[in-house]
Design a binder for this molecule. Structure first.
Ligand code: NAG
Ligand code: NAG
Ligand code: NAG
Length: 320
């Protein structure tokens, strides 16, 4: 926080109060509810198609779009391979970004390069009190572990296509993410397999415990076991509105092509409470497009999703 200079003398009362506040809670940018943005727009990062065709080089699964829309946000696709200037302009136009799951490299893809730029812009903005939330789901979470630690430190796990209950940590009680969840849903999340996992790589709890960068940056809200290895399944950053789940909150309500996706009432509620949380974080940001025309041109409504189920893992996909 900018006001917290580490001088040895001359702390004003205000600085002192802020310092105490920071020690007892966290150093998240101060946010005033008077400035709530009820028209949040969230960027969803595109990624390379595995077998590209001339008019299908990158994609976004439509479930991420529906997920955010279901909680009152609009979506802008964030393309790969743009210039830094274009990304900076987009960053100052949107109110948060989501890194979806998928199958590209977290160290050398266009997805990675773009994720890195927005991650760094978000850190810089949040340090200045400009509240900008970042979310990573599955591959997006794995991407965050790389961006924060600078290392590829994931462990192979047997977790391709399995719904699991969350093993919540003690940190969950004081978390921002789960604070607004009904007690009944928390009980169901802890006891029923409501969170869909489709990943071959995971952040082992043992790796987290021995990695200073990750330990300093993220608090673990839940873990899971693949039978042998205990891995991190949900995190939130201590001092930044940066969040990650190894599991897929968006699938329960919106994806049907795999038998292991849970659709029970509590599973579907999980989708909506997770979306509600992230969109409410985006409402704390006041970035906006320079004009209404720029905004309309950027929105995902300019594109049509294609029906790709039942063979694909997704019902509908936006191709670009
Ligand atoms: C992105 O840029 C890379 C490297 O310049 C290129 O190989 C790739 O085809 C581009 N992809 C898209 C989807 O524009
Ligand atoms: C992987 O996990 C599944 C249950 O999700 C289990 O049936 C299978 O035996 C496991 N495979 C290995 C190699 O441990
Ligand atoms: C839940 O986490 C605790 C603490 O890490 C661990 O001791 C326990 O074995 C875990 N339980 C399951 C079911 O994964």
């Amino acid at each position: 926080m900018a006001t917290l200079t580490r001088t040895t003398s001359g702390f004003t009362v205000r600085n002192m109060t802020l310092l105490l506040f920071c020690i007892s809670l966290s150093c998240l940018p101060v946010y005033s509810s008077a400035s709530r943005n009820d028209r949040p727009i969230i960027g969803v990062l595109a990624q390379e198609v595995y077998s590209p065709k001339p008019d299908q080089t990158v994609y976004i699964a439509a479930s991420y779009v529906k997920y955010l829309e279901s909680a009152g946000a609009r979506v802008v696709p964030v393309m790969i391979n743009q210039t830094l200037e274009e990304y900076k302009a987009l960053f100052s136009s949107i109110n948060g970004i989501l890194y979806p799951g998928g199958g590209v490299s977290i160290i050398s893809s266009g997805y990675e390069k773009t994720a890195k730029i927005f991650y760094e812009l978000a850190i810089e903005a949040n340090k200045k009190g400009d509240y900008f939330p970042v979310w990573g789901t599955c591959l997006g979470f794995e991407q965050l572990t790389y961006l924060t630690s600078g290392k590829t430190i994931l462990t192979h796990t047997n977790t391709s296509g399995v719904p699991l209950p969350l093993n919540f940590t003690d940190e969950t009680k004081d978390s921002r993410m789960f604070k607004g969840f009904p007690a009944e849903l928390m009980k169901d999340l802890a006891s029923q397999p409501l969170t869909e996992n489709s990943h071959k790589w995971s952040l082992a709890v043992q790796t987290y415990d021995t990695n200073e960068e990750l330990k300093k940056f993220y608090k673990i809200l839940s873990t899971n076991m693949d039978g042998k290895i205990e891995f991190v399944s949900t995190v939130e950053a201590y001092d930044y509105p940066i969040y990650g789940t190894q599991w897929h909150p968006e699938k329960n309500a919106f994806e049907w092509t795999r038998p292991y996706i849970p659709h029970s009432p509590s599973a579907v509620k999980t989708t909506f409470y997770m979306a509600e949380f992230f969109v409410s974080e985006a409402r704390k940001n006041s970035h906006r497009f320079e004009s209404e025309e720029d905004e309309s041109k950027a929105l995902i409504y300019n594109y049509n999703p294609v029906y790709t189920g039942p063979k694909s893992g997704f019902e509908q996909i936006y191709y670009f």
